[in-house]
Write a new protein. Structure first.
Length: 72
């Protein structure tokens, strides 16, 4: 998960560390552009295609990790 959290922070261009319990909607960069960056990261790093509805219901970074590791 540590590698995922680093990739997530990089995709969102977050300067502060992201942990598993980070609430995504509290991140300043969690917006439509951020969602596109996360979707691109998911495809490149995990081979998983994420759609808007896949991301919409996620609350924490851990939820996104779970979605990516089980497939979207």
């Amino acid at each position: 998960m540590e590698e995922f959290l680093e990739k997530l922070a990089e995709a969102l261009d977050e300067e502060t560390p992201i942990c598993a319990d980070t609430v995504l909607f509290e991140l300043e960069t969690w917006d439509s552009l951020g969602a596109l960056a996360v979707a691109a990261m998911a495809k490149e790093a995990f081979g998983v295609t994420l759609h808007a509805e896949d991301i919409a219901g996620l609350e924490r970074a851990r939820d996104l990790f779970d979605r990516l590791t089980r497939g979207a």
